[in-house]
Design a binder for this molecule. Structure first.
Ligand SMILES: NC(=O)c1ccc[n+]([C@@H]2O[C@H](COP(=O)([O-])OP(=O)(O)OC[C@H]3O[C@@H](n4cnc5c(N)ncnc54)[C@H](OP(=O)(O)O)[C@@H]3O)[C@@H](O)[C@H]2O)c1
Length: 281
């Protein structure tokens, strides 16, 4: 089997590409970065696709930070929607896994299931949802609404745990919401689940995250307590006091649909960090 992983220089794509030797050792896997070609160069994408003829595409590449989407909406739409549509169409008789996001929900309900209606609060979520629509034209493709990922990014500055550590190391205090909930998952577990799905080739919409609902404060406190003392301090806060762009308060999710397909139990946040004491986080 041959696979492409787009966005292989990114936080999640790099983990998926590098863990192929562990989870899909017999596969020929090509991790694609901008150095190969831009996904906006549709002729180059088409030519490479015809040359490699991958059986599976794991599509991670995106403008993935909400702030970058707001700064350049045209680029966000072209990358997250138009390039995704092009790839999904090229691979219409192959299996494509599209990494979407829990940020397609508004966070008012919590305990989300696949059937819950999406209602993104900002452009990033909107473009990812439009990317989903392009992928879902093809029954055989899979869309993963992925929760907040933590872990090590290639440049050491992309994950929330790395950004929090860096701020605290510089002596900055870091506010964490006690009333904003997520189901965080390690990039290593995301990658393992994706390789299993790639082998099963089951299409449809799935939620993928960790099995524990935790507040931002719970997450940050657990990390802070395990790090060597840092000059900055963590401070509890409420999203009610936040005056920035809207934030979904509760993106917790039920994992029954994807869990039924997997050979392993998706771990919760505390379970994962306790069983991986030497991990970068
Ligand atoms: N991280 C999370 O917590 C999270 C949660 C839910 C869903 N997701 C989704 O999961 C996927 C991966 O997220 P991530 O955190 O790994 O993002 P990331 O670190 O920003 O990686 C995205 C990658 O896409 C590449 N890319 C962007 N435009 C491209 C283009 N035109 N041609 C080729 N490559 C291009 C970027 O390359 P450059 O570095 O060269 O710009 C980057 O390496 C995204 O689709 C994101 O929406 C992430």
């Amino acid at each position: 089997m041959k696979a492409w992983v787009t966005g292989a220089a990114g936080m999640i794509g790099s983990e998926i590409a590098s863990s192929a030797s562990k989870w899909a050792p017999d596969w020929e896997v090509r991790g694609l970065t901008r150095r190969d070609f831009s996904l906006l160069d549709f002729d180059a994408v088409t030519a490479a696709f015809k040359g490699d003829s991958p059986d599976v595409i794991v599509h991670c590449a995106a403008i993935s930070r909400p702030v970058d989407c707001e700064r350049d909406p045209h680029l966000a739409r072209k990358t997250n929607v138009v390039a995704t549509r092009h790839l999904a169409h090229l691979a219409s008789d192959r299996f494509l896994i599209y990494l979407s996001t829990d940020l397609v929900y508004d966070g008012r309900k919590g305990d989300y299931i696949e059937e819950d209606p999406a209602n993104p609060l900002h452009l990033y979520g909107e473009t990812k949802l439009a990317g989903e629509d392009a992928v879902r034209q093809h029954q055989n493709h899979a869309v993963l609404r992925t929760a907040l990922n933590f872990g090590a990014s290639p440049r050491g500055n992309a994950s929330f745990n790395e950004q929090m550590h860096s701020a605290l190391a510089q002596g900055k205090n870091f506010q964490l919401f006690t009333d904003e909930y997520r189901c965080p998952i390690s990039t290593t577990e995301t990658a393992r689940a994706i390789w299993e799905l790639a082998k099963l080739q089951v299409g449809g919409l799935f939620l993928l995250g960790g099995s524990e609902k935790v507040s931002r404060w719970d997450i940050g406190k657990a990390l802070y307590d395990r790090w060597s003392p840092l000059p900055g301090k963590i401070e509890p806060a409420s999203i009610a006091s936040y005056d920035g762009p809207p934030r979904p308060p509760d993106l917790s999710m039920k994992l029954n649909k994807i869990q039924a397909l997997l050979s392993f139990d998706l771990p919760g946040f505390h379970e994962w960090i306790n069983s991986n004491p030497d991990a970068v986080v």
